[in-house]
Design a protein around this ligand. Sequence first.
Ligand SMILES: [Fe+2]
Ligand SMILES: [Zn+2]
Length: 499
Amino acid sequence: MAAPRSITRIIKSLQSTSRNACSDHHRRCRASWLPAVVLAKRYSSNAAAAIVAAAAASPSTEQTTTTSSSATSSSVIGKQVQTTSDLPLKTYNVTKADARPKLSEHHKITFDEKKTLVPWEEGKTSHFQHVWMRDHCQCSECFHPETKQRMLNTFAIPENIQPDTVEAEEEGMKIKYAGVLSNVVLFAKGKNDGHESFYAWEWLHLHSYNPRLERYISPQFKFWGSEIVEGPPEVRYEAVMESDAGVGEWTRKIRKYGFCYVNGVPVTPEATQELVERISHIKHTHYGGFWDFTSDLSKKDTAYTSLALGVHTDTTYFSDPAGLQLFHLLSHTDGSGGQSILVDGFRAAKIFREENPTAYRVLSNVRIPSHSSGNQDSSIQPYAPFPVFNHHPVNGELILVRWNNDDRATMDRWDDPADVERFYEAARAWNDVLKRRESEYWEQLVPGRPIILDNWRVLHGRAAFDGKRRLCGAYISRDDFMSRFVLSNSKREDVLKAL
Ligand SMILES: [Fe+2]
Ligand SMILES: [Zn+2]
C-alpha cells in the first residue's frame, strides 16, 4: 500500500478552537466503537439469538438498551429458532447529527490507494473507501436533487478508483477523481471519470462508518400501567385538523405512549375518516378500508360479536401487522358494558424479561403460526411464522409484540418435543404479567373521543356488553405512520440528510 499523500487543505472557520484530543488516530482500536450488539453480530455465529440472549440477560432500567456482548445462544427451539445468516451488518440511521463536526487541527486529511482518512477534532478518524465515496457522490449529476435517488452507474466505477486531489473547504470536502483509470466508460452520459465530488462535513460525520461516529438514540418511550387512567394522552380535534403542528403533537404522543385520544371529534364516520387520514391513507385489509360496524358478526371474527375479548394485538396473521388502529364508538344503545382495556406491551415485556429471562427467550424464539380464515373467501397467513417478541436485527431493541392467542394456528413443528412444555410454560407466565391489575388500563370509550393505538406495542381488549354498539375506525400501516411521525416532528432536510 502506498504511503499517504499529503493534500491541500484549506481550513477556515472549521477550526474555531484548538481543543484536540491529539490521540493517535491511526492506531485507534477499530472494535472499540462498535456497539455491543454489533460485536455480537460480527463474532457470533448465531447473532439474533445472541441479541435476544443479551436482551434477556441484561435487565437494564432502560427498556431499549442492550449491553451484553458475551451472551451466547442457548436457544433450544429447533426449527423455530430465528435464523441469522441473512442478518444485515448495516446500522440504521436513527441518529442525531452533532451540532457541527470539526476537523482536527493537528492531523491532515490523507488518502492512499484504497481510502481517504478524515481526522476529526473529537480525536477519531473516519476511513472512507474510494469506491464508497464515489458511489455516494451527492452532486446533482449523481444524485437526483428532486427524487433523492441515485443516478450514477455504480457498476461502472473502476475497482481501482482513486482521487487525484482531496481538498478541505469551509463547508466540506472536495474530491477530484483521477482521469482515465481503466478502459471502462464511466458513469452516465458516457463520460470518463475525472469527476468532482463534494461532501458536506456534517454529511461525512453523520455517515462515517469506520468508525461509526453518530450515537444511536433509542426512542423515548414512556411506559405506563393502570395509573395512566389519571391522565391519558390526548389531543384536540381542531388542533389536528388545523395544522401539521397538531398532527406532530398527535403522532408524538402516539409514539411516546403507544396510544392517544382525540377530543371533540364530530360523531360521524365521515369526520372520523378525515381525522385518520390526517396521518396517512388507510391500510386496506380483508375487512375493508375504513370500517363502520355493529356487533352483527357480519365479518366472521369475534371482534364483531358482543363477547369479551382478552388483550391482544391485531393482525398477527399479517407479515406486516397493522401499525396503528383507531376506534371511534359512535353509539351504544339499549345496554351497557364493553369497557376497553389497554396494556402497554413494551412495559409488560420489560417486566417479563426481568422476572423470567428464560421464558422471555422462549417467546422470542418460538415462531407461532397464525391465520385469519373465518371469511369464506380468505385465509390470511404471514409468509413465515413470527415469535411474540420481535427485535431489531441490528440494535436488539424490542420493536414488535405479536400476541393473539385466538389466532394461533396449529403448532406442529418442534425439533424437540420438550419445547412444547417450555412454550406453554412461557406463554402462561406472559399471560400472567398481562393480566396483573397494575398492567391493565380500563376506560369506557365515549362518542366524540376516538382512541388510536400503536398496534406494534399496545395490546387491547374489551369487556362483554349487551345492547347495540356502533364503532368505526381504520388501520394505518406502520411505515406510513413513522413517515408522518418523523416528518411532522423534524425538518425534512434533516430527515433526508440522515438517509
Ligand atoms: Fe382487536
Ligand atoms: Zn457526482
